[in-house]
Structure formats: C-alpha cells, structure tokens
Write a protein that binds this ligand. Structure first.
Ligand code: BT5
Length: 234
C-alpha cells in the first residue's frame, strides 16, 4: 500500500522528497530520525533533533488534482483522530497546525512539485523534554507530556499512516467536503476575532465560516473576504 524510505539524518524530508520525486513512487514515505534543516513555511525552523519524534514526508502523485489545496487539512484531521485515541483533545489551528491544550504539537508543510506531485510533510512531537519545548518560539507540547507516558513511535506512525491511506481515495475523489464535518468539530475560532498575517501584514478580522473548498471567510467592518493562506492568531 505504501512504502517507507528511512534515513538516520537528512537535511529535510520535504527537500529530499522534492529533489528525488522523479524516482519515488506514489505513496512513498520519507522518514528521518534527525533533520539538519527541518523547516516550516517561509523556511521557519522546525526543531527536529530527537529520534523519538516523527519527521516525515509523504510523496503523493494523484491523477485527480482538483483538491491539492486541501491536503494539509485532510492530514490535520487524520492526526487529530490519532491523537484522540491517546485521550487528548486536539484542535486544528487554520491552516496547518495541530494544538493540544492550546500548544502546538505538530506542523504540516505541503509543497507541490509542478506536474510531478505533492510532498506532504509533517513533524509530530511524540516524545520531547520540557527544556527542548521551551526553546520553541511559540507555546509547544509533545504527546508524552500530555499523556504522562512515553509514546511508542512505531505504533503511532503505523496508526497514523494506516488512517491516512484508509480514506485517501475518498478524499481525492470528493475533496474537502468528504471530511468537512470532521474538520469543523476540531476548530474553535469561528465567530471570534482573529489576527491573520501574510508575508506583508497582520490584520484583525472576525472568523466567520469555513467554506466547502476549505477556505476561510472573515469579515472586517461588514466586508467579507475569503482567505486561502496565512497565519492566524486567536
Ligand atoms: C509548520 O510550519 O508548522 C510546518 C512544519 C513541518 C515540519 C515537517 S518535519 C518533516 C518535514 N520536513 C521538513 O523540513 N518540514 C516538514 P510553520 O507554520 O511555519 O511553523 C513553524 C513554527 O513552528 C516555528 O517558527 C516555531 O514557532 C514552531 N516550531 C518549530 N519547531 C517546533 C516543534 N518541534 N514543535 C512545535 N512547534 C515548533
């Protein structure tokens, strides 16, 4: 169903997967124990020094490409469902973070390689010490801290990948609508004031609605805008 390519150390699983996409089959997982240049959007650093956590990228080459912009959201719901099995209450922070107790536990980076496919990367904090979390530039947590127990990485990863591929074909066919309800259950900012920043500025809006294509409608002084990307501060 899927195959895993494992590395001890790599620069970034996303970068490597993008560079080697021609030689990688659809549904190849690139997994590393350490990343020297793990990053998020806008090349922001992703702390990736400890092998008991997940740093991986899924290479996907779907023939139907209508819903490429919803891959991140699909993955965030799959992750929430896995985290809920560990008796936590994860939340999705639009567009690409998963939080537990208002602290970031995972980040997703979706990159498209033109005419070749998608590289969907995720970093999940399964086992981290509090001191490492304190070095992160926003409130962050790890599953071991939330549950009080060491997390079995292999078990978590198997569960996560199985769940991802279980409904993947349905998602590719139906897009955001296939999982919209599951997504809505896990967000908590609709109706609230939010600040949204893009590369240029940070503005305040009221978050109004998640649309059928996964975009966010916000209002400012009665005027509606539809937003597809940016950072949101609740
Ligand atoms: C993200 O970016 O949240 C996407 C992160 C994706 C990382 C994976 S790991 C496997 C694959 N290979 C890669 O090179 N990347 C992907 P963004 O929304 O830009 O958030 C980045 C911010 O998250 C940083 O500026 C920090 O504030 C915070 N951060 C960094 N490391 C973190 C960690 N381990 N846990 C929680 N937050 C972290």
């Amino acid at each position: 169903m899927y195959k895993i390519k494992e590395f001890k150390t790599i620069n970034s699983t996303n970068t490597w997967a993008k560079e080697n996409i021609d030689n990688l089959d659809d549904k190849t997982i690139v997994l590393a124990e350490h990343q020297s240049e793990g990053h998020g959007r806008f090349l922001r650093k992703w702390i990736s020094d400890s092998p008991e956590n997940i740093y991986c990228s899924i290479v996907l080459k779907p023939t139907k490409k209508d819903y490429l912009c919803n891959f991140t959201q699909y993955m965030s719901v799959v992750l929430c469902e896995c985290l809920e099995e560990y008796k936590t209450n994860p939340e999705i922070k639009w567009p690409n973070d998963v939080l537990v107790n208002k602290k970031k536990i995972a980040g997703i980076l979706c990159e498209t390689v033109k005419n070749k496919g998608v590289v969907l990367g995720i970093g999940i904090n399964l086992n981290l010490e509090k001191e490492i979390l304190q070095n992160i530039s926003q409130p962050a947590t790890a599953l071991n801290i939330e549950t009080g127990e060491k997390i079995n990485k292999k078990k978590f990863l198997d569960k996560f990948l199985m769940a991802f591929f279980e409904n993947y074909e349905n998602f590719i066919e139906q897009g955001f609508l296939f999982f919209k309800n599951e997504y809505l259950k896990r967000i908590n900012f609709l109706g609230k004031p939010v600040k949204i920043s893009n590369s240029k500025n940070k503005e305040e809006f009221i978050a109004k609605n998640i649309n059928n294509d996964g975009s966010l409608t916000v209002t400012k002084e009665g005027i509606e805008q539809v937003i597809f990307s940016g950072d949101i501060y609740i």
